[in-house]
Design a protein around this ligand. Structure first.
Ligand SMILES: [Zn+2]
Length: 188
């Protein structure tokens, strides 16, 4: 499939219609026309990339930040009780359009969505063999690319954790206050 004929490129260029949920200069989120569940969205870069490894880091970060925002919105507006974030790369993985996209598939208590993979048995030896093969490359590549960033991120994660704990504590305090005032009203 050439880039000119790519459906997602055509949607991004406004040559084909779609229900656009969000759009800016770089990224686009549309409703899937054959949804797995209500609210099923596709989030993609506007530029044509086939697989994740072709996408520049900054752009990838924008895509995942949009996933974060839209997940929250799906829970609030659609009352989703779960969400699958799912990407396929290549025909053998079921990629329907060779333009990278992330599926954001909400699930509901009344409409559960679970990927029905056929899981297999694996021997410990084979798992170790595969693990080692990947681990050697991952150590080389990931540590080269991520080592500097990971230090900065660690500090941020800890900061977030402290904020979250404080918010939880104040929430609990408010709850206790509320209960106490209710008890007071009932038993003056
Ligand atoms: Zn495309």
């Amino acid at each position: 499939m050439t880039i000119e004929k790519c459906i997602f490129c055509q949607i991004a260029e406004g040559k084909m219609q779609a229900i656009k949920i969000y759009e800016d200069k770089n990224i686009l989120a549309v409703l899937d026309i054959n949804p797995v569940s209500e609210g099923h969205m596709l989030i993609m870069p506007k530029a044509h990339f086939e697989i994740i490894e072709e996408i520049p880091d900054d752009l990838l970060s924008l895509l995942f930040r949009l996933v974060k925002i839209l997940s929250k919105i799906l829970r609030q507006t659609m009352k989703a009780t779960g969400i699958n974030v799912y990407a396929c790369e290549g025909k053998s993985a079921g990629q329907r359009v060779p333009h990278f996209y992330l599926n954001l598939i909400p699930s509901y208590d009344k409409e559960p969505v679970a990927v029905d993979w056929q899981r297999k048995q694996a021997s410990k030896e084979r798992l170790e063999e595969i693990g080692n093969k990947i681990m050697v490359e991952a150590k080389k590549e990931a540590s080269k690319i991520l080592s500097e960033e990971t230090e900065k991120v660690k500090a941020k994660v800890q900061q977030e954790k402290v904020i979250k704990e404080k918010t939880e504590q104040s929430k609990q305090r408010k709850e206790v206050k509320k209960i106490k005032s209710l008890i007071g009203k009932r038993f003056p």
